[in-house]
Design a protein around this ligand. Structure first.
Ligand SMILES: NC(=O)c1ccc[n+]([C@@H]2O[C@H](COP(=O)([O-])OP(=O)(O)OC[C@H]3O[C@@H](n4cnc5c(N)ncnc54)[C@H](OP(=O)(O)O)[C@@H]3O)[C@@H](O)[C@H]2O)c1
Length: 315
């Protein structure tokens, strides 16, 4: 792949397919509002052909925004993306730095927050994706959300990290900067850098960050929630378990997952989705959720669902 993607600014992708869920903005890019989170792909490590086919299916479905990380499958996921998607496909690849795999540890990841580790993370992404520029890179902090917290020499000042990322942007190795797992205070502090997107854990059942979403909307920054369905991790509340979601799904003849995704899209136009799946039927269902119309009654019931708390897990 190349960093200079021919991203389309019309209602269709470069492949001429209507964008899944319509078009949204991510920094300077126009993308499908239903994107794809690649974190589930390592489950297909024994069947590389199936993983590549799933990624190629994105093009037929009008999905042109893929979220990845070097630490997903220790480079495997990036390699699969580099193999499956060509520059002329016009898919926006968004990656992240700030962690590395820790297969033997208590969490699947460990912090890699120091400035030289961030730079090495970008270089690794360039290598495994096979590109000269990563179009968007999220600084994956560990300030909030489920999972890891940075400790010791991994507690790095935000400004020192942003200095690395803006230098990499000046060098052309990354196209734009985003933030992940941050507090409202950190988001405010980072605004002068010019952010393309923010990724925090957020869903119909995890809405602690409503104020951050409002700030992103005011600043025209894309809000790209991770765990939009509540994740694959046991112990975290699942959108699909919520009675109001199940009732709306029955009323609409849709699945609970589709209702949860449709609610996110309807909640604010700055929301872009990256549901994670390794299952082709689920991918198609997630794309179809982009066209699901929620009734006013269903919306009212869904809006009233409270945030459900769950134990912290390793994400
Ligand atoms: N910035 C960060 O720190 C951060 C952290 C975590 C994740 N992420 C990104 O966010 C993306 C989304 O998060 P996630 O994948 O962890 O969680 P998620 O999207 O909330 O949920 C994924 C789970 O939902 C299932 N699923 C997906 N579509 C479904 C459907 N239509 N019907 C029923 N089940 C469905 C998946 O199983 P199947 O595979 O069987 O469909 C998987 O178990 C990740 O893929 C990753 O790209 C970012």
């Amino acid at each position: 792949m190349s960093g200079d993607l021919p991203v389309s600014t019309t209602a269709t992708t470069v492949a001429g397919v209507p964008r899944a869920g319509g078009s949204g903005r991510l920094g300077a890019h126009t993308v499908s509002r239903v994107g794809f989170g690649a974190m589930q792909l390592p489950r297909l490590h024994g069947d590389r052909g199936a993983a590549v086919a799933l990624l190629r299916r994105l093009l037929e479905l009008g999905v042109d925004h893929v979220d990845t990380a070097q630490f997903y499958g220790a480079g495997l996921v990036n390699e699969l993306i580099g193999e499956a998607l060509r520059p002329e496909d016009g898919v926006l690849i968004v990656s992240k730095v700030g962690a590395e795999p820790d297969p033997a540890g208590p969490h699947p990841l460990r912090a890699a927050q120091r400035p030289e580790q961030l730079r090495a993370g970008v270089e690794a992404n360039l290598r495994t994706l096979g590109v000269e520029q990563v179009p968007v890179v999220n600084l994956r902090r560990m300030d909030t959300g489920p999972g890891l917290r940075a400790q010791g020499d991994q507690l790095v000042a935000l400004d020192d990290q942003l200095a690395v990322l803006t230098a990499l942007r000046d060098e052309g190795k990354i196209g734009a900067v985003g933030l992940s797992n941050v507090t409202l205070e950190a988001l405010r502090q980072a605004l002068p850098v010019g952010l393309a997107c923010v990724q925090n854990a957020y869903s119909l059942v995890a809405r602690e960050d409503e104020e951050m979403l409002a700030l992103c909307a005011a600043e025209d920054i894309a809000w790209v929630p991770y765990f939009p369905l509540g994740s694959a991790f046991p112990g975290l509340p699942k959108v699909t378990d919520e009675p109001a979601v199940r009732a709306a799904a029955e009323e609409l003849g849709a699945t609970p997952a589709q209702v949860g995704l449709a609610w996110l899209l309807r909640h604010d136009p700055h929301v872009l989705l990256i549901p994670g799946t390794a299952n082709a039927a689920h991918l198609e269902a997630n794309v179809a959720a982009g066209a699901l119309a929620l009734s006013e009654a269903a919306l009212t019931a869904l809006d009233a669902v409270p945030t459900r708390s769950g134990p912290v897990t390793g994400a």
